[in-house]
Design a protein around this ligand. Structure first.
Ligand SMILES: [Zn+2]
Ligand SMILES: [Zn+2]
Length: 339
């Protein structure tokens, strides 16, 4: 099969490699769509993921969908040709975190594309059958790949305890920010405010009904004008000053949910802001028990994933897709490779 390997930072090449063989409980998936996430960009730019380095060339990509091509031993419930989406956080089901229902915090988690587990930017990937959900015919492969970032948004909104009618602020209108806005809408949020510095990314959240500003400072000025700070804010930008920007936006007694992976990792903020306002700061880690719900939400058009601005590339052009994802040009929030 062909696969796009990262050989070194900023060095990706599509080469022939062995097709994986599905083990017990696994299926071989013919990948049809794999979306490039900000965490792929982090690994590609820096050569490591949060300090973990690959021991050799690594296949990136963890937001994917495809067709079941081969069944490993002991797999039931799937047939060859089934169209499926995947929850890429493969948990053990045995550790204390898994047993207490916190599978996204599994101590033994395997995450495809995290060194050294091969990701999905390839013709095929072997995946646990338990991580798959069948896609209705109405859901495209591209939307099936975007079910993963949608799940990140859904998980964060569930953690936030959002109430119907509650106003919210969202920092960042990349895929995770847009998914968060979409899920807030679905749960009946009041006014949704978005801060997004890239002009090309402001139209889509506006179409979803959000009021969109260019920066957190602009949002802050808006809220200060009539003391209308929302009691809930989501940080989905991963920006350099993300923590310092998010907390002042939240009304006293409210909640800030941190989803973005900040760059740099060390964040500086004034402690008196959350302290005097007695804020709850909730961190959100990937997603948990969201796959089936997200597929249903997409199939029932409760969210607008099919309309998320994307740009498609064949597998041979995966390096170009990577560059396009990093350039963040126009309105595109996900570059999608279609093996
Ligand atoms: Zn992702
Ligand atoms: Zn576990």
């Amino acid at each position: 099969m062909k696969a796009a390997f990262m050989f070194a930072p900023d060095d990706m090449r599509v080469i022939e490699t062995e097709t994986p063989v599905p083990g017990p409980g696994e299926v071989l998936l013919a990948v049809r769509a794999v979306a490039i996430c900000a965490s792929d960009i982090h690994i590609f730019a820096d050569g490591h993921s949060s300090g973990t380095y690959p021991s050799g060339p690594l296949i990136l990509g963890h937001e994917f969908s495809g067709d079941v091509a081969q069944l490993g031993a002991d797999v039931t419930g799937f047939s060859i040709g089934d169209r499926v989406a995947c929850e890429p956080s493969w948990h053990c089901g045995l550790c204390d975190m898994c047993r207490s229902g916190l599978a996204n915090l599994c101590r033994n988690v395997i995450f495809p594309s995290f060194p050294d587990s091969p990701g999905a930017m390839a013709d095929y990937i072997a995946v646990p059958a338990s991580s798959l959900c069948k896609l209705p015919d109405s859901v495209t492969y591209e939307a099936g790949a975007l079910v993963e970032p949608l799940g990140v948004g859904l998980h964060a909104v569930r953690l936030s305890g959002l109430q119907a009618g509650q106003d919210v602020a969202v920092l960042g209108a990349g895929a995770i920010g847009v998914a968060t806005v979409d899920c807030c809408r679905m749960f009946g949020a009041g006014q949704i405010y978005v801060a997004e510095p890239l002009p090309g990314r402001r139209d889509f959240p506006a179409k979803l009904g959000a009021q969109v500003c260019a920066s957190a400072a602009e949002l802050q000025a808006l809220f200060e004008a009539d003391d209308s700070h929302p009691s809930l804010a989501f940080e989905a930008s991963g920006g350099a000053t993300a923590f310092a920007e998010t907390m002042p936006l939240v009304r006293a007694g409210g909640t800030a949910v941190i989803i973005g992976i900040p760059e740099p990792d060390e964040q500086v903020f004034s402690a008196r802001v959350p302290r005097r306002k007695e804020l709850t700061v909730q961190f959100s880690r990937r997603s948990r028990d969201t796959l089936d719900d997200c597929v249903s939400m997409v199939a029932e058009s409760k969210v607008h994933v099919a309309d998320y601005p994307t740009r498609k590339f064949p597998l041979d052009r995966a390096p170009e897709a990577m560059q396009a994802a990093m350039a963040r040009e126009g309105d595109t929030i996900r570059a999608i490779v279609t093996p």
